[in-house]
Design a protein around this ligand. Structure first.
Ligand code: URA
Length: 207
């Protein structure tokens, strides 16, 4: 598995630290920590809130009802789940699925930051308001969903949390449409990269 050249960090190292993490009170109630799932080479990273009951049981992100909604939206948008990295703001389930508290978010943040810096995704898809407020300091995901933002040179795409669409068909179409926009954005980014490379080659060969 490739290692980060500068720090010797790796996704496996982060995962094993997360699995044994004793740093906040969520470690005392969890069954399994949920480090995240996906490839180092992922161009897109999805960040949700926190593991729920199914995730806590299986140690994998988005494997319950919200995960099924996310999978369907990914499939409709032509994005392969195996080609993206999926994780959460906090890696352990908060009791009764309450919101993760500020101390839990900030203690867990180092794992997320290390995952982001290793993967260096072209774009991070923020799922819902906990990820939006924790990562970008935003307030209303519903007002800002479908938008692209840039912070410290990293691109972000904002959308609703799939759990919000479990009982709401309208929100399901919102999520589907947003992920379709995200897939178009990725294609555009790849096209822009190709055309600028072709322009560069054309310029160089004129010399
Ligand atoms: N909700 C989340 O935010 N993350 C999961 O992994 C599952 C449900």
């Amino acid at each position: 598995m490739p290692m980060n050249k500068v720090s010797n960090d790796s996704l496996e190292k982060i995962a094993s630290e997360v699995i044994g993490c004793p740093l906040c009170k969520l470690s005392r109630s969890r069954k399994n920590a949920v480090p995240g799932d996906g490839q180092l080479s992922s161009k897109i990273m999805f960040i949700g809130e926190a593991p729920g009951k199914n995730e806590d049981e299986q140690g994998k992100p988005f494997v319950g009802a919200a995960g099924m909604i996310l999978n369907q939206a990914l499939e409709k948008a032509g994005i392969k789940r195996a080609e993206v990295f999926i994780t959460n703001v906090v890696k352990c389930r908060p009791p009764n699925n309450r919101l993760p508290e500020n101390d839990e978010r900030s203690i867990c943040r180092q794992y997320l930051d290390r995952q982001i810096s290793l993967i260096a995704p072209k774009i991070i898809c923020i799922l819902g308001s906990t990820a939006y407020s924790s990562i970008l300091g935003g307030k209303s995901i519903i007002k800002n969903r479908g938008k692209i933002m840039e912070k410290n040179g990293q691109k972000y795409f904002l959308t609703i949390h799939p759990a919000a669409a479990i009982y709401n068909k309208n929100l399901r179409s919102v999520l589907n449409n947003d992920l379709f926009l995200l897939s178009k954005e990725i294609k555009k980014m790849e096209y822009d990269k190709r055309t600028s490379l072709l322009d560069y080659i054309a310029d160089e060969t004129k010399l």
